[in-house]
Design a protein around this ligand. Structure first.
Ligand code: 5GP
Ligand code: ZN
Length: 123
């Protein structure tokens, strides 16, 4: 897709801080991180917005989300229990969609935001 920032990142014509890649998906660091860990998970194929997705995209959407636990381990923000059984670690996942949903880049992306608190806008 011409003039799409994330298509250009997927094609390598605009540089990014890549943390994971396979045939279908690319994961790179957000340029303005909202937390110690802030990744963007994108399909290499252009889809403008979640609002354009249908049941035929269920596999792709599932694989985007299913990658998150592996990324959390890689980034050191997985949910785990300490010796007292208290949970620690963690992250948020978010897909902004459309103007009212705060979407700025019209190439589908899943935010993964995590790491030790405090984060911007969150205690
Ligand atoms: P949206 O608001 O569309 O859900 O999020 C777009 C995200 O892309 C923002 O968090 C923004 O910081 C990030 N972003 C925008 N331009 C670039 C860029 O050129 N490189 C990277 N790595 N992230 C970008
Ligand atoms: Zn695109």
């Amino acid at each position: 897709m011409e003039n799409c920032l994330f298509c250009k990142i997927a094609a390598g014509s605009i540089p990014s801080d890549k943390v994971y890649e396979n045939e279908e998906l690319l994961v790179f660091k957000d340029i303005h991180p909202a937390a110690p860990v802030h990744l963007l998970i994108i399909p290499k194929q252009h889809i403008s917005t979640l609002s354009d997705c249908t049941g035929t995209d269920a596999g792709l959407l599932g694989r985007m989300l299913a990658l998150v636990p592996e990324l959390a381990v890689q980034q050191g923000c997985q949910v785990q229990q300490d010796e007292h059984g208290n949970r620690q670690g963690g992250f948020k996942t978010l897909i902004n969609s459309g103007p009212d949903g705060g979407q700025e880049v019209y190439h589908l992306h899943l935010h993964m935001i995590g790491g030790p608190l405090p984060w911007r806008g969150q205690r």
